[in-house]
Design a protein around this ligand. Structure first.
Ligand SMILES: [Zn+2]
Ligand SMILES: [Zn+2]
Length: 250
């Protein structure tokens, strides 16, 4: 079985211009892992054959902002027969557990299947800012710089996922290499201190540690000029803009 990554949602905040919000699917050997569960969960329709090969799914959340969790509500269509384990930062990084936050989001009045009824079996876990495993895949966790605690997630030597965060070049001096890096890019130049700019990545990201660097959490407010500028900066520095529906061999 080939190891693969599906880009299911490459936008931040809201869907726009054919991009759903944050969601990736990674198949590594026997394990199937989803990174964040934004509206991109709807694009699981593009990867239905991979779901048939697995009876469990691990979902790892970088944080709880809605553009990263609202798609939990769509899962029932795709994973009703599976066992699902949801891992979020939880206690003590946040005052409450992952189970409590998702139970609020999927409460009866808002969603009839609730937080435990969208799959055959659903379990919630707090990774608490520490490294952990999904099945036999080691997940390395690193605190980022955002308006709420958010975490970079690294799956073995295959995938690094860094959203939502401001970029600090010093964080990357010792970053472990992986085949693919997915890093957020929210703006052309540094404006919003909770997020990363294309210029900051161009100046400080060691892209040579990664075979491919894809930019995700793209800003739905970009006009054509902003998108073209980000694209130009990315190309010059060995990066590319992710698109929903991309499939990468790992
Ligand atoms: Zn976000
Ligand atoms: Zn966020």
């Amino acid at each position: 079985m080939a190891d693969r990554l599906w880009v299911l949602g490459s936008a931040g905040w809201m869907p726009a211009a054919g991009r759903e919000t944050s969601c990736l699917l990674v198949e590594l050997g026997d394990e199937l892992v989803m990174l964040d569960a934004g509206t991109g969960v709807a694009n699981l329709a593009l990867a239905s054959e991979v779901l048939e090969r697995h009876d469990r799914l691990g979902i790892v959340l970088s944080h709880y902002h809605l553009d990263h969790v609202v798609g939990l509500m769509y899962l029932k269509r795709f994973v009703a027969e599976m066992r699902v384990d949801v891992y979020g930062p939880g206690i003590p990084v946040y005052p409450r557990s992952t189970a409590a936050y998702v139970a609020d989001l999927l409460q009866d009045a808002l969603y009839s299947a609730g937080s435990e009824g969208f799959a055959r079996e659903v379990r919630y876990h707090d990774y608490a800012g520490r490294d952990f495993c999904v099945g036999n895949i080691p997940i390395a966790v690193r605190a980022q710089h955002h308006s709420a605690p958010s975490f970079e997630l690294r799956l073995a030597d295959a995938v690094t996922y860094a959203t939502d965060t401001a970029f600090r070049a010093s964080d990357w001096h010792t970053a472990a290499p992986t085949k693919v890096l997915l890093h957020e890019c929210w703006q052309v130049e540094d404006k919003d201190p909770r997020h990363t700019s294309a210029e900051a990545l161009a100046a400080g990201l060691p892209t040579n540690r990664f075979e491919r660097t894809l930019l995700v959490h793209q800003n739905p407010e970009w006009d054509q000029t902003a998108r073209a500028t980000v694209e130009r900066i990315a190309q010059r520095h060995g990066m590319e803009l992710a698109r929903d529906g991309m499939v990468l061999d790992l």
